[in-house]
Design a protein around this ligand. Structure first.
Ligand SMILES: [Zn+2]
Length: 448
């Protein structure tokens, strides 16, 4: 299952999963030919049509939002983010895309765009912005990627990053063998997402477009400089918290200098435009009140990365004593306990997480895993089934459904799930387990 491991030092390669995914995209007939670059007006080789950009978005973004602990439950704040984004989107090169902007509960610092226009920013980045112009700069940059069709371009080249975010295997890329094993046993919790790993040229273009869009929408370019300064500071003080963002949006001194120079020179006359600081502060007051909890979750996350699970547990406990109903905090605490094989405790936190955010899928998966480990296969199956209904197609969930059916001695149902699993995944421990069972039960004739 190495292909799912998240390793910042590795250059992304076309893994089997991506290859299969691209092949299935081709088979589904969603690949197009030449297209007109919406920015330059020139013809570009584009293997992905606009229609398929939207399809890919709809298919992949929900798992990503769940891996990031769901849309933030503060409806007023989400609507503020969405309105701010839409105001900017309306003056971009592709104003008709089905844009949608939201905050997600994850504590690490990140923002991303799917190719159809679903754009998200984490709580971790939102609490660190100082004014609406900085938010406009952030959303403008993501809009730049969508408008210049960077995901489609990267897909056409076959370079996509498949990373696991918020999942236990995000930590499995680390050197600790023991931990790697446990994480693999627990499986790919958290979803594999297909995020484009943008090139430096892509970043330069998205910065230029973002700056253009935000100023056109009436914001001071100083917001762009403010955002860049914040990211730069964060990379010094909390490199782990921002690592994923920089792995998909490469940062460099050159990128920083260019953006600042453009904001100061090309848009110098617009610096008198407002930053809308008060408006941002008012709309994010409830979120910013949670900053101590969000920072403790970040600390816990970074201890998890170092396999210091006891320390991580302490940080999550601090976060939850500050914000007892924090969904991300509850789910991460549950994962931290699962890794330490404290299944009953882990289950308690997973159940509380389900209560505080009904319908969000990830808590069901975590709860299912804890129940499975306690050999309560029937209720574990229900949890995995709920997860799969919300987010269809996750192979590990299918495997665990098979495993739970086997635990209940339902051979036929179990074989059905193992077979489904093998249609998606051909290698690794779970695949060979599934295969062996199907051979043993007479569903497959072993290869001679
Ligand atoms: Zn970017």
């Amino acid at each position: 299952m190495k292909e799912n491991q998240f390793n910042l030092n590795n250059t992304p390669v076309l893994t089997r999963r991506k290859f299969l995914w691209l092949s299935s995209a081709a088979a589904a007939g969603i690949l197009a030919g030449c297209a007109t670059d919406p920015i330059t007006g020139q013809t570009q080789l584009m293997l992905v049509s606009e229609e398929s950009e939207v399809q890919i978005d709809r298919k992949n973004s929900p798992s990503q939002f769940s891996a990031d602990y769901g849309t933030i439950q503060d409806k007023a704040l989400n609507s503020y983010i969405n309105l701010t984004g839409k105001k900017i989107a309306s003056i971009t090169h592709r104003p008709k895309m089905p844009y949608y902007f939201q905050g997600v509960n994850a504590a690490y610092v990140n923002a991303y765009a799917f190719p159809g226009g679903s754009i998200a920013a984490t709580r971790g980045i939102l609490v660190n912005l100082d004014n609406e112009a900085e938010l406009a700069a952030l959303l403008g940059h993501e809009l730049g990627h969508v408008n210049a069709r960077h995901t489609a371009e990267q897909m056409s080249k076959g370079v996509l990053t498949s990373v696991v975010v918020g999942g236990l295997s995000a930590y499995a890329g680390t050197k600790n063998q023991t931990y790697g094993k446990i994480a693999e046993g627990i499986g790919m919790m958290g979803s594999v997402m297909l995020l484009a790993s943008y090139s430096r040229d892509n970043e330069r273009e998205a910065d230029a477009l973002g700056l253009e869009y935000m100023v056109k929408a009436g914001y001071s370019p100083d917001g762009f400089i403010g955002l860049m300064d914040m990211l730069k500071k964060m990379s010094k003080n909390k490199p782990g918290t921002i690592a994923l963002m920089f792995s998909t949006h490469p940062m460099s001194d050159e990128r920083y200098d260019t953006a600042v120079k453009n904001a100061e020179n090309s848009y110098g006359s617009s610096r008198k435009l407002p930053l809308f600081r008060d408006r941002y502060m008012d709309n994010t007051a409830r979120l910013r009140a949670l900053k101590p909890a969000i920072e403790e979750i970040q600390n816990g996350d970074s201890e998890m990365g170092k396999q210091n699970y006891r320390n991580a547990e302490t940080h999550f406990k601090n976060a939850l004593s500050f914000a007892p109903a924090d969904y991300a905090g509850l789910v991460m605490m549950s994962k931290c306990l699962l890794i330490q094989e404290k299944y009953s405790e882990a289950l308690r936190y997973a159940e509380t997480a389900k209560d505080v955010y009904p319908g969000e899928a990830q808590a069901h998966q975590i709860s299912g895993f804890a129940r499975m480990k306690k050999k309560d296969f029937e209720s574990a199956y229900e949890e995995f089934d709920s997860y799969e209904k919300a987010l269809p197609g996750d192979p590990s969930t299918i495997f665990y459904k098979g495993y739970c059916q086997e635990g209940m001695k339902h051979i036929k149902e179990s074989a059905f799930e193992y077979n489904r699993y093998l249609q998606i995944v051909k290698n690794g421990e779970q695949a060979s387990y599934s295969y062996q069972r199907l051979v043993e039960w007479g569903y497959i004739k072993p290869a001679k």
